[in-house]
Ligand binder design. Structure first.
Ligand code: WTA
Length: 648
């Protein structure tokens, strides 16, 4: 039995940064990246102090890092306000009248807020929070659609030192209740309803339901978005627009300790209750500021679009804090990518002349499935850089993105990170690092990752193992809210003093990182440990396949058998020989050992709201068991029933 995760997928394509891109980029060559990377590891205090000095501090830090593992203090002794850095600092020059947020609602309504306008809205809403007795350190739940007010509410909390916890608008009353109970929040900011695929999601009703049996919440502030009828609880609920009538726009930012909590973001562990990931102020700001600057190489004239929902960490770091700290123009879109038709994204890119697009592999695979003609209808020539995040991207999906969306002209940055890491940790720099489809390439500045075996020994090239990070970084989580023991246990105990990511990965002969997915998803077939993502990539490289999810099921002979759930492209119909053909295809691309024992065609795969495939559910289906685990994060419940029927 081998201990290491085997890796069989070989990707030979390599894309060097184009000279015209590199020439104008901040980091222009591999040599420059290597020089700065070495400096960032040898002299981290010097490196990060230089980055931090580009921001506004009310009191300079005394020490860049105080590290008493596993507890870090970054820029200890420093004082600052993140909303001042995202807003006020841009008001003294020409950025004052530049678009900060360009927003489009699902029904097609549009708004643009300049930095000055956004600043004014944030100050007014911060005064509304104060008027409602919300103070520094209080926790505030934000349960809103992807609208500018979500960013306004976040920045207003940050301005007065309240701690926000955004709950994704697709979550249910139960999820809100759990998060209120864990955080002890005293207020909720919500809307009457949210638009989604033409319908209205009753946000306020969900909040009412969550609060029904009494909680710590004393105040609910309601933004009118969808105009649907709602109940307002006397003495508890107030309207956002009415509250604004009582306040002015004067609200100086409160200087906060660098380690003052900025936000909590709940992330589901594979089992157990959601963890409240705590991020703080100074280190987080420096992390998202510098990663946005170098990785997206963002320019004043750029229009940057991260398609995530603000409710996820990607939205926190790369719709709101990272771009605004850089004085960039960030696009926000409220709705679904296929509403009213599957070309909504391309329409938006064409209309606003978007330059940088940052999206998820799950979306890319959906676009592939819907067909290239939706893309071909639109002029995407404004794009100059593409990014992905959230899952390993299959090389074929990468190639499609590169060719069909980027026109073969735009670098693709495949960015690896987590809710816990706060900012991107492994990624190409678009003007410097040659890319290989499917690899997140090399570590960002200051990040020291390694791949280790069960005993914590670093493994050699092309050997799979566990991905760890060997030293703290500025935007890292500080703890799990209210549970230091779980924080220590979960992330820092297996390899003492090292951060355990929970992902499996390998490094190739060039030192490039290839993430193979969550360790829990690794299969053990006849003594071979196989990463599910490689088998999935092999399947997706078949011209008729749109998406694949691979899981194991108990097998007396081999330990585990391989079961593949496959969705086909919209134009493809199932033929008799296709299953056998797909098994052969995997055999050719990876090896006989990885051939699925069973292939099942499905209309759709079960996914979380953030687009990750829920393999846990598929495992239960594959082994013939009833689905018993928690399904509250599932995006579309009907998928489960259909999958059970997909049986041979
Ligand atoms: C996965 C999202 C491969 C990984 C920012 C990680 C990725 C988890 C990539 C975190 C990538 C994210 N390549 N896998 N570029 N990006 N992942 O907390 O398994 O929603 O641990 O944060 O997504 O998901 P989370």
């Amino acid at each position: 039995m081998h201990d290491n995760i085997e890796s069989h997928l070989v990707e030979k394509r390599i894309f060097k940064p184009r000279t015209d891109f590199a020439k104008n980029a901040r980091i222009k060559s591999l040599a420059q990246y290597q020089r700065m990377y070495r400096e960032s590891l040898r002299q981290p205090a010097k490196f990060w102090a230089r980055e931090a000095s580009e921001l506004v501090w009310r009191a300079r830090w005394k020490k860049v890092l105080e590290w008493k593992a596993p507890f870090a203090k970054w820029f200890a002794g420093g004082k600052l306000n993140i909303s001042e850095n995202c807003l006020d600092r841009h008001l003294t020059g020409p950025r004052r009248n530049k678009a900060a947020i360009i927003w489009e609602g699902e029904p097609g309504d549009k708004r643009t807020l300049t930095y000055q306008q956004l600043h004014r809205e944030v100050c007014r809403f911060a005064n509304v929070l104060k008027r409602n007795n919300i103070k520094k350190g209080d926790r505030v739940i934000i349960y809103l659609p992807n609208i500018p007010e979500t960013a306004v509410a976040m920045l207003a909390c940050a301005r007065i030192g309240a701690v926000h916890s955004v709950v994704f608008g697709g979550f249910s009353a139960d999820s809100i209740r759990d998060r209120i109970a864990d955080s002890g929040a005293i207020a909720v900011v919500t809307a009457d309803g949210a638009y989604r695929r033409g319908g209205i999601v009753p946000l306020k009703k969900n909040v009412d339901e969550a609060l029904r049996d009494g909680t710590s919440v004393r105040r609910v502030i309601v933004f009118r978005r969808a105009g649907n009828e709602i109940h307002m609880e006397e003495g508890r609920d107030v309207w956002w627009h009415r509250e604004l009538e009582y306040v002015d726009a004067n609200c100086p930012p409160v200087p906060l300790d660098s380690e003052h909590p900025l936000y909590l973001l709940y992330t589901s562990g594979s089992t157990g209750k959601p963890k409240g990931i705590l991020h703080t102020t100074g280190g987080y700001l420096v992390g998202v500021y510098s990663s946005t600057k170098y990785i997206f190489d963002i320019r004043d004239e750029d229009i940057f679009w991260c398609t995530a929902d603000v409710g996820w960490v990607t939205g926190h770091s790369y719709i709101v804090y990272g771009p605004l700290a850089n004085g960039a123009t960030t696009i926000m879109y409220e709705g679904a990518p296929n509403w009213p038709e599957p070309d909504r994204f391309w329409k938006i890119i064409e209309e606003y002349r978007v330059n940088i697009l940052y999206t998820a592999p799950t979306a890319i695979r959906a676009f592939i499935r819907w067909g290239d003609h939706w893309v071909a209808k639109h002029d995407l020539s404004s794009l100059r850089l593409l990014g992905t995040v959230g899952e390993p991207i299959n090389p074929e999906a990468w190639m499609w993105y590169y060719k069909n969306i980027g026109g073969g002209r735009c670098p693709v940055v495949d960015t690896w990170w987590q809710t816990e890491t706060g900012s991107i940790l492994i990624t190409p720099l678009p003007g410097a690092i040659p890319t290989k489809p499917g690899s997140a390439t090399l570590p960002f500045f200051g990040i020291d990752p390694a791949i280790v075996d069960e005993k914590g020994r670093e493994v050699g090239a092309n050997v799979g193992g566990k991905l760890i990070i060997r030293r703290p970084w500025p935007a890292m989580l500080r703890t799990i809210y209210g549970d230091k023991a779980r924080y220590r246990q979960q992330y820092w105990s297996e390899f003492k003093g090292n951060y355990l990511t929970g992902d499996g990965a390998r490094r190739d002969e060039d030192g490039y990182f290839w993430i193979v997915g969550r360790i829990d998803d690794v299969l053990n077939v006849a003594g071979h440990r196989l990463g599910t993502s490689e088998i999935e990539s092999a399947l997706v490289s078949h011209p008729q396949v749109a998406e694949a999810a691979v899981v194991g099921r108990p097998d007396e002979l081999k330990g585990q058998g391989v079961v593949a759930f496959v969705t086909l492209k919209a134009s493809v119909s199932v033929t008799g020989g296709l299953k056998a053909e797909l098994r052969e295809h995997v055999g050719v691309h990876i090896g006989a050992i990885a051939k699925p024992d069973e292939v099942r065609f499905a209309e759709a795969l079960p996914k979380t709201r953030s687009g990750k495939i829920m393999r846990r559910l598929l495992k239960e289906i594959a082994s013939g068991a009833r689905v018993t685990g928690d399904t509250t994060t599932l995006e579309d419940f009907s998928v489960l029933a259909k999958l059970a029927e997909s049986e041979e």
